[in-house]
Design a protein around this ligand. Structure first.
Ligand code: BTN
Length: 247
């Protein structure tokens, strides 16, 4: 995959900019990078705090050649990519919380937001990656649940080396996803890196209900399977999942 990186000092959101470019015909591999976002977006309509140079704010335009039922695996695949970057560049020991939060010591260091758009050139997917680089953007309540590379390693990361590692792992796993048995391979790669794959007591908060139980694998499309106390299996497609602690 060929990457072209457009660098900006400040943008509303790298995802919004990448979606605009996709509508204008941007090819797969166009990347948007910003030092600061004024309206960084997170999952479930949340805000993504994006102070200047505090995080990596990066979005990639994709035109995936996979069955649409597997599109949701792109976010799982991207969490595997970020996981590998954290191991490769910093020797960290991450975990992945379903579906795509990358954690270190149970605190979130990276979030991923994938959005689709119908464009004149066909369906495009924009994958946005936010990685906390230093703690400037982590204060108050967030400090209980979030961490940064600086906090974990004591050093400020070299952005260029980080980008090289990110694009190279992205290319590798995206090729896998689009290859033979790609969806199955990506599910396995995700499962290897996530403590949430099996036997974890969790509560999932969905739009209109909550589901509590124990995790038991992924569906074909990456939905998380939760076995409830009554023995029923519920598949979670979207929503927030939190680990339940034994009291
Ligand atoms: C989450 O809620 O965990 C997802 C956060 C995704 C944030 C990234 S930062 C780069 C890209 N641009 C955005 O506006 N959001 C994503």
């Amino acid at each position: 995959m060929q990457f072209t990186i457009l660098r900006h000092d400040i943008l509303d959101s790298t995802n919004s900019q990448a979606l605009k470019q996709a509508k204008l015909g941007a090819k797969e591999g166009l990347c948007i990078l910003a030092k600061e976002q004024t309206s960084g977006r997170g999952r479930q309509g949340r805000n993504w705090v994006s102070g200047k140079n505090s995080g990596l704010y990066f979005s990639i335009v994709l035109r995936p050649n996979i069955d649409t039922k597997y599109l949701s695996l792109i976010t799982l695949m991207t969490s595997v990519v970020v996981y590998e970057v954290l191991v490769d560049r910093f020797g960290l020991v991450p975990d992945i919380k379903w579906s795509n939060d990358v954690l270190i010591g149970e605190k979130k260091v990276s979030g991923i937001l994938a959005e689709t758009s119908d464009t004149p050139g066909g369906l495009a997917v924009v994958v946005g990656i936010g990685i906390n680089l230093n703690s400037g953007n982590i204060s108050g309540e967030l400090s209980d649940t979030a961490t940064s590379i600086r906090q974990e390693t004591g050093k400020d990361p070299d952005i260029e080396k980080l980008l090289t590692s990110l694009t190279s792992f992205f290319s590798f796993f995206y090729d896998l996803l689009q290859g033979e048995n790609g969806p199955g391979i990506i599910r396995k790669e995700w499962a290897k890196r996530s403590s949430y794959i099996d036997g974890k007591a969790v509560r999932a908060t969905l739009e209109n209900k909550t589901v509590s139980g124990t995790t038991c694998g992924l569906d074909e499309n990456g939905a998380l399977r939760i076995k409830t106390e009554s023995g029923r299996i519920e598949s979670i497609q979207a929503g927030d999942v939190e680990m339940l602690r034994k009291s």
